[in-house]
Ligand binder design. Structure first.
Ligand SMILES: [Fe+2]
Length: 465
């Protein structure tokens, strides 16, 4: 928890403020004079100092002035506690880099809010001041220099070059400048990447409503009249920067949440891919005579779908559904699936049942209904003579029609336990003959094209000639 040094020569005030801050679980140490405060600062590390302005002996202002001169403790963040409304004190306090003022007696909620705000403010905000008048730039630097990291540019072009190197948190921009005027600089800033919402505050000597309206339309954030009134300017700038930080942190939070959401989606998607692959491995382990059939069918089906103009998302669905198209074989006795010879009528009936078994296994996966659909209908024929439902033509889901062709191509082109792979010319013939009978003609055509274009023999690489 943050450590706060509380400096006040009035013991009652000291006690009351300490009580409020301790309630908020801050670690508080106290000093009743400027001298004692400096001594404590030299001995300990504090995150923040609350400093009374009017004290017997060394005043708060004098104390801070001395602190700022002592290199090792000069950076202490300071809030003034004051009952004084003297403008001179305020001006000097700002010049010394006070972060805030709390009027005494301090309302607990205001005290806590100011402390929280000061503790949150980690780094000095960067202000880019743009003015062709050197005196104006000096005034801005003097006014804001301790509280903010002020950079100066004496023309629009110089300002834009500076911004290319490093983006400030706020731009203070003179309207009337020779060459590029303030309006043009603003327009150029708004065109820069990441500067669409950057606060741009105009410094104007003449506050003409028409000009202000035009500048607001072009994206100006605020106006400050020249000559600058210190307290007003400080207040406005601080408010604008607080707003910017709030918006930035909201933006960061939204981005963080979006990234976490994407990551969680990626994990879920990767997990389902892994489960599908594992299950597909289980099918191939059971149907070992088919020797990697599921993965090959998935590869062919995806390529067919790509040729048929399907989207990336559809290609992934088709690939996964093809991996699991024969999942029902898990429920069929291994002796039948891997039987070396011809199947009997009864055995064939049992094997055919794998499509319904597969459907039953995959139907509970309601987020991917295509898995169950493919398991059930990949043995349907375009002419309606397939199984298990005798569906025909477009009644068979397209994904199942695609996988059916990929499945048959692999069955024909692979060595099986009961026969050798068919030659490509024979497969070609089969596909041609069965266009519109067993196969959807469009899909069969795509398969034929794929075979024709297979110049590197990829389709024949691990199987029969
Ligand atoms: Fe099958």
């Amino acid at each position: 928890m943050a450590k706060i040094l509380l400096v006040d020569d009035n013991e009652i005030n000291l006690m009351m403020t300490e009580m409020v801050l301790s309630e908020m679980h801050y670690e508080v140490e106290t000093a009743t004079s400027g001298e004692a405060a400096i001594e404590l600062l030299q001995q300990n590390q504090y995150d923040l100092m609350l400093l009374d302005i009017i004290m017997d002996g060394m005043s708060g202002i004098e104390t801070l002035a001395r602190v700022r001169d002592m290199t090792e403790i000069s950076g202490i963040r300071t809030i003034f506690l004051t009952s004084s409304s003297q403008a001179a004190d305020m001006t000097e306090a700002i010049r010394l880099g006070a972060m805030d003022f709390i009027r005494k007696p301090a309302l607990p909620e205001k005290l806590v809010a100011a402390v929280q705000r000061a503790l949150l403010e980690q780094e000095k905000d960067k202000i880019l001041a743009v003015d062709d008048d050197e005196m104006s730039l000096m005034t801005v630097e003097t006014l804001f220099g301790i509280r903010y990291d002020v950079r100066c540019a004496s023309s629009g072009a110089e300002a834009l070059a500076e911004m290319e190197k490093e983006k400030p948190d706020l731009v203070l921009l003179d309207l009337r400048m020779p060459g590029m005027d303030g309006l043009e600089v603003l327009e150029r800033i708004r065109d820069m990447e990441g500067c669409e919402d950057l606060p741009v505050v105009f410094l104007t000597a003449d506050r003409d409503p028409g000009t202000e309206a035009a500048l607001f339309t072009a994206g100006a954030t605020e106006f400050l009249g020249k000559p600058l009134v210190m307290q007003v300017a400080m207040h406005r700038i601080r408010r604008i920067l607080e707003h910017k930080h709030l918006r930035d942190s909201l933006h960061d939070e939204v981005n963080r949440k979006a990234r976490a959401f994407q990551e969680s989606n990626r994990k879920i998607s990767s997990l389902s891919d892994q489960i599908i692959r594992a299950l597909s491995g289980a099918i191939d382990a059971k149907d070992y005579s088919a020797n990697g059939h599921s993965v090959r069918v998935a590869e062919y089906a995806r390529e067919l779908a790509r040729r048929l103009g399907k989207s990336a998302e559809e290609l992934e669905k088709i690939y996964n559904a093809a991996l699991l198209h024969d999942v029902g074989k898990i429920a069929i006795p291994s002796a039948i699936i891997n039987k070396p010879g011809k199947l009997t009528g009864d055995e064939y009936a049992i094997v055919k049942n794998h499509s319904l078994k597969g459907y039953e296994i995959l139907a509970p996966i309601s987020e991917m209904p295509e898995l169950a659909a493919v398991a059930r209908w990949h043995h349907e024929r375009y002419d309606g003579a397939g199984y298990p439902d005798g569906k025909a033509g477009e009644d068979i889901p397209e994904i199942a029609r695609i996988i059916c062709v990929a499945d048959c191509y692999d069955a024909m082109s692979s060595d099986r336990i009961y026969r050798k792979a068919l030659p490509q010319s024979k497969i070609r013939e089969e596909l041609e003959q069965n266009k519109g009978a067993q196969f959807d003609p469009k899909v069969a055509e795509a398969m034929l094209q794929m075979m024709d274009e297979d110049r590197d023999f990829k389709l024949r690489g691990n199987k029969g000639k």
